[in-house]
Ligand binder design. Structure first.
Ligand SMILES: [Zn+2]
Ligand SMILES: [Zn+2]
Length: 834
């Protein structure tokens, strides 16, 4: 009888504590206890430490996206981090000195909005210092929460490299990059229309505008006099005050006569010139449209093209700023109602109809954005578009289709990047102005960081006009200005040491498909301007997670699952299997509790296999491959080679689902169902010691290899297995070398072993179809097969008899052998004589 699963036995094969009795794993697999134990072990031994002085290993640098510290870490975020961690762990085992930092993108609207919501205040209710203090406090709390979730998930970042963009040591570098871009002519200050959130009272970038379908009303309004008038349809009567022109299509015969004339705008009374332009859709409304400064981007283009005046009818808080006291100070929505009522009372509304609109809204607060013109800082990103497109083509994209998203986005941009924000909790723009001539005064690099909102200017007088009155910039930088240079900062920029050359550009840029247009674009455009190169080499893009209801996971849909909830239920390793197996890299994946449970089930199976192998491989274990292994041993080792080759290839190409499926298949079927079942008899007492050694060698080899191949995806379980067989060299499986497949695979043994296993499976089916239990003894097994198999089966007679518990075996040559090598299961006829 083989040693049972539960029986304690003396003679440890070695373990981390060195005691001789605990080489067996606990009876049941308890992920919570097991995983916490290993996380503490990793922390204590600083397993994931990046060594900047290690010249013996090549570096592999990961530019981890710094998340906004929101406190939330849902399963979608966790998917992103799992991908990163799979790569980090794999590369470490491949011998790389892996640079895996984690930072936090602290500044910006998300935090400010949260502070406003949490404390029920608006940004101007407090002094800027007090407001920033609240932002910092909230940020620190949220970072702690998210860090805890990342640790729970078993992420192997090196916390010694942690950074926060709100720290002066960091934002000093943001300011340095501003000065360098300014000096190189990539930045300018100017008054141009930009997207504007009236709630948050700040400019926002095009990338921060989210389009939403909303219902609206189309109002048909009379302009001009009864003799010379025109009917115009618009969804935004509140912009009448800013109407500076009327556009019609050049081929629209209805309006040919009035092109070039001016028409009086109702209520507000200004004159609007009628222009004709191809961009007008003659089928929309009446075919005549208002040009307002600014209703949308077309208005911006037309205002420039036709040199129309600018009327600023909306103030920065989104309220009407007109002379007429009836409408002054009203919010856009209220103003619309009042103006419509006024028009109606004068009989100037001829018709209304419901309409579907695609409205640009603020990414943070969903307020419809306006277009407002005021002085802003811009980066000349449009000039860089050809370069961005060229570089996008030089990079490795996983999956390849993600590249087009970036290219399409870059080519669609028709405004430069507005980098100034009218907010508080952000990196100050390091600039002062002359109050008289508006000359820009910048500080010396060595005086950074600076805060022109409170610091004294670097000069006493204007270098241009000598004026003594200078004022500090109150606007701050877009948070992307902080976070789009992380790769260089990790590498030690502005010091350009050898290490910088090794770490920059980063080897890996991992992020979600949803931010290719923003994140990857800003990183690229910024790095091209600052460093003349892309900041990354390979982009690893993950898809989005769909909730159990099939919709994208979102808090407002009620299908949102915090990562901690899922991990606490099934364990991190089971969760990570879901992340790996859920789908092909770059595609959306569904969140299904069943998949998580399946992951846990697999680990329980592996746990039990490990316990069985541990119980049966005590005593003198050889790590040297014994000579003359029997067929099934050669088959197992050959299959293991193939597995190693397939899994390595999958990790090299970032196909994590292929890797995990191959490992689970091998473990569950080849190792447990086939091999273990077929060799159990060889573990029984009184067997040939050489044969026992061979089996033990194979079991150990298979288990340790599976453990290593599984290490990137299931780091805790792999560590547990490794420590039970502790070879004591490196102390952690995560510092072990990745298994290398042999150059040649023993194809003959794989083919013959498969044949033998098929025969055994066939005979078992036959046995059970006769109502016999698998463990019951049988008198004889009669096998009819082709001549080419007779020798092989004769050679393995003992295995066949013992596995099937048969007393004897008859081999008969089948009269008309098909090609059993191609269809081995058809090559036998098995008869059981009980
Ligand atoms: Zn907003
Ligand atoms: Zn001046």
């Amino acid at each position: 009888m083989s040693r049972s699963y539960n029986k304690e036995s003396e003679g440890s094969s070695g373990n981390k504590s060195g005691s001789s009795a605990d080489y067996l794993l606990s009876k049941t697999y308890d992920p919570a206890a097991e995983e916490a134990n290993w996380r503490e072990f990793w922390r204590q031994h600083d397993i994931y430490h990046f060594d900047p002085h290690d010249g013996s290993r090549k570096t592999y640098s990961i530019d981890t996206p710094p998340p906004y510290p929101s406190g939330d870490f849902h399963v979608g975020n966790a998917l992103n981090w799992c991908y990163i961690d799979f790569v980090a762990r794999y590369k470490r085992m491949k011998g790389f000195n892996v640079h895996f930092p984690q930072g936090w993108d602290c500044h910006g609207l998300p935090t400010e909005v949260r502070v406003e919501q949490t404390f029920k205040i608006r940004k101007n209710d407090l002094s800027p210092e007090k407001f920033v203090e609240l932002c910092r406090e909230l940020t620190v709390d949220y970072i702690a929460k998210m860090k805890k979730s990342m640790n729970l998930l078993g992420i192997s970042s090196d916390w010694a490299l942690e950074y926060r963009t709100m720290d002066p040591s960091y934002y000093k570098l943001t300011q340095l990059s501003f000065l360098q871009l300014y000096n190189a002519g990539h930045l300018y200050r100017g008054e141009h229309p930009v997207n504007w959130c009236p709630r948050d009272e700040t400019a926002i970038a095009e990338a921060e505008v989210v389009y939403q379908e909303r219902k609206g009303t189309l109002y048909y309004m009379r302009f001009g006099t009864t003799s010379e008038g025109i009917e115009i349809a618009s969804t935004r009567p509140e912009l009448l005050a800013a109407c500076v022109g009327i556009a019609v299509h050049p081929k629209d015969d209805k309006y040919k006569a009035i092109v070039g004339k001016t028409i009086t705008v109702p209520i507000f009374g200004q004159k609007a010139r009628v222009i004709s332009d191809d961009e007008v859709d003659p089928r929309y409304g009446t075919g005549a449209v208002m040009i307002c400064t600014f209703g949308d981007k077309t208005d911006v283009r037309w205002q420039k093209k036709y040199h129309l005046p600018i009327i600023k009818a909306l103030s920065e808080n989104g309220r009407l700023s007109v002379d007429d006291p009836r409408f002054r100070g009203l919010k856009a929505e209220e103003a619309r109602k009042k103006i419509v009522a006024e028009l109606q009372s004068k009989g100037l509304i001829t018709k209304t109809e419901p309409t579907q609109q695609n409205i640009g809204t603020c990414w943070r607060c969903q307020t419809p954005v306006e277009i407002i013109s005021r002085p802003q800082w811009f980066m000349k990103t449009q000039d860089l578009t050809p370069k961005v497109v060229e570089w996008a083509g030089k990079l490795d994209w996983v999956p390849p289709f993600a590249k087009q998203r970036l290219v399409d986005w870059a080519e669609s941009l028709d405004w430069d990047w507005v980098i100034s924000r009218q907010r508080i909790f952000a990196t100050p723009i390091p600039v002062w102005y002359c109050a008289k001539c508006e000359a820009v005064i910048i500080p010396d690099e060595e005086h950074l960081p600076v805060d022109p909102r409170k610091d004294k200017p670097p000069k006493d007088t204007c270098p241009k006009c000598g004026n003594r009155e200078l004022r500090g910039e109150k606007d701050v930088l877009d948070t992307w200005m902080d976070s789009s240079i992380t790769a260089a900062i990790h590498a030690g920029w502005p010091s350009k040491t050898d290490l910088f050359a090794q770490l920059f550009p980063a080897n890996l840029q991992p992020n979600g498909l949803d931010i290719v247009r923003t994140w990857d674009y800003y990183l690229l455009v910024r790095s091209l301007a600052l460093f003349g190169t892309a900041p990354y080499r390979t982009l690893l893009i993950n898809g989005m997670v769909k909730g159990t209801d099939g919709r994208m996971m979102h808090k407002s849909y009620g299908n949102y699952v915090p990562a901690d909830d899922a991990i606490n239920k099934v364990g991190a390793d089971a969760f990570r299997q879901w992340a790996a197996a859920g789908g092909s890299t770059g595609y959306d994946i569904p969140f299904r509790w069943n998949d998580l449970e399946y992951g846990k089930k697999f680990l329980t199976k592996l746990w039990n296999i490990t316990r069985f192998i541990l119980a049966n491989t005590t005593g003198t274990l050889t790590s040297k491959k014994p000579a003359n292994l029997p067929l099934l041993d050669r088959w197992l080792l050959g299959s293991l080679q193939m597995l190693t080759r397939d899994v390595s290839e999958a990790f090299e190409t970032f196909q994590f689902n292929t890797a995990i499926e191959a490992i689970r298949n091998f473990t569950w079927h080849a190792l447990a169902d086939d091999y273990l079942e077929a060799i159990k008899h060889r573990l029984q007492p009184g067997r040939d010691p050489a044969d026992l050694k061979a089996t033990q060698y194979c079991l150990k080899e298979a288990l340790l290899t599976v453990g290593k191949l599984l290490a990137p995806i299931c780091p805790h379980m792999s560590e547990a297995i490794y420590h039970k067989f502790s070879l004591g060299k490196t102390g952690s499986v995560h510092r072990e070398n990745w298994p290398e497949p042999h150059e040649t695979v023993d194809d003959a043994s794989i083919r013959d072993g498969k044949l033998l296993l098929d025969l055994i499976a066939n005979a078992r089916r036959e046995k059970s179809s006769k109502g016999l239990s698998l463990g019951s003894n049988i008198k004889k097994i009669v096998i009819t097969t082709g001549a080419e198999h007779l020798h092989l089966l004769k050679e393995n007679e003992e295995t066949i008899l013992r596995t099937l518990k048969a007393d004897s075996m008859d081999l008969e040559r089948s009269p008309s052998s098909s090609n059993p090598l191609k269809e081995p299961s058809l090559g036998f006829k098995v008869e059981i004589l009980a």
